[in-house]
Design a protein around this ligand. Sequence first.
Ligand code: ADP
Ligand code: G6P
Length: 490
Amino acid sequence: DQMEPVTSQATRILVVSNRLPINFSLGDPTKGEPEFVLKPSSGGLVTGLRGCSLPFTWIGWLGFGTGSLPKDAQDRLRAVVQRDYSFIPVFFPDEIASDYYNVYSNQLLWPVFHYQKQNIFAANPKAWAAYQAANKAFAAVVGEQYRPGDLVWVHDYQLCLLPGYLREEHPTMTIGFFLHIPFPSSEVFRTVPQRREILDSLLDANLVGFHAFEFARHFCSSCQRLIMDAETTQNGILSRGRLTTVMTDPIGIDATKFLKLLEQDETKDHISQLLAEFDKKKIIVGVDRVDYTKGLVLKLLAIEQLLKSHPEMREKFVFLQVGVPSRQDVEEYQDLVREVNGLVGRINAEFGALHWMPIRYINRSVDQPYLAALYAVADACLVSSTRDGMNLVALEYVACQEGRYGALVLSEFAGAASSLPGSFIHNPWNIGETAEVLYNALIASEEERRLKHRRNFEIVTRTGTADRWANLFIEELGKAYAASSAILAE
Ligand code: ADP
Ligand code: G6P
């Protein structure tokens, strides 16, 4: 095959992810709403990609409900999304979506990749067929958009089969894949029934990227163990005559956006209100999707432990936890909501007084000015993930702390722990330890907090931004393509 040049005037970047940065719902015309209501979505992948200034065309799914729209409504929705946002939506039946997204992606791949037990019913043939069908629907839309020379950048665990489907149709396409969640040890990855199909497809990409070195290492050893002819080279994996470059490239955020938000009047008003309300109390903040990988239960138990082991702290602090509901059709997530609600109630009932509650729990998505204000007023941010690809909340908190030098109390199991050396690190499974690290963070001297904050702030705002992440990946993708072409030419 004749390889196309990777950079030409016409080169575009096609970014493909399951989630687009907007969610769809049907409008209510009786309330004067438009036919389709599009609202911002959240999650680390969306935050990271939205934070890049690199121009790209974004292809993705708009969520449940879109699959059952009549064809003409889908066409109108596609036109609105292209006109107002320049995104390209992918449509597939809601029934497929349910098995692809809720079951195979979120009851099998998500738990296994985070070292949790997979739901044994999730690996059923119907769910696997739906995962394949949805990935094929994405491949078809990419195929319509693709022009030779374009770079295609596929994102995350929902789209593991996409590199393979694209390669089948386009032998010379430049394909990159980035995984936003951990890649588990091969001992754990091997439990995925369709492990070979997944690895085979990922190896059809020219470049595969991870947030942390260990994730890349686990991926390579999984290939080594499961793919017959796989050979680990200095830069990646060689198998069936293909060279797949493997890289570590931790994602970042658009820190400037947060610095600007802090200058806005709306944010400043929120800050004054919060400070007035929690008059002289220490503020601890937590911001998570309500997901069992975020360690919310362990986090609440650590707050309870802090109240027990340091009674002098009672009424001296408040813990503000924002928990945005997530994946609510999935049973494991429904159970978690009940557990968290129950625990918040129990701890508040036991330690609260009429004029003070230790925990304020906000169970919804908050807008960006309010989020920035919460980060800015907090003396500490508590991240307790039991596993997390990166955790962008940690970076967002650091970006908003130039005035206060607040303490980032960060789980050692979040990818961010490898990139933010100025954090107060804890093992969330050790509740007593977490409570003590949190306590020490709250009473740390300003000098200590300032030194630690400086180290993190430099990384979040300069060396580790979303732009740097994306530019590095795209640059590496060009090299990886050239390297794989050289192998083919041999
Ligand atoms: P994950 O990717 O698992 O969701 P991250 O911490 O990497 O975890 O990213 C979460 C993103 O979602 C962050 O950008 C955060 O600001 C945003 N987010 C989380 N909870 C909320 C919320 N309640 N309201 C608004 N944004 C939220
Ligand atoms: C994590 C995943 C993303 C996902 C996000 C939100 O960041 O890596 O792929 O988009 O969580 O989850 P959701 O299922 O709502 O897209």
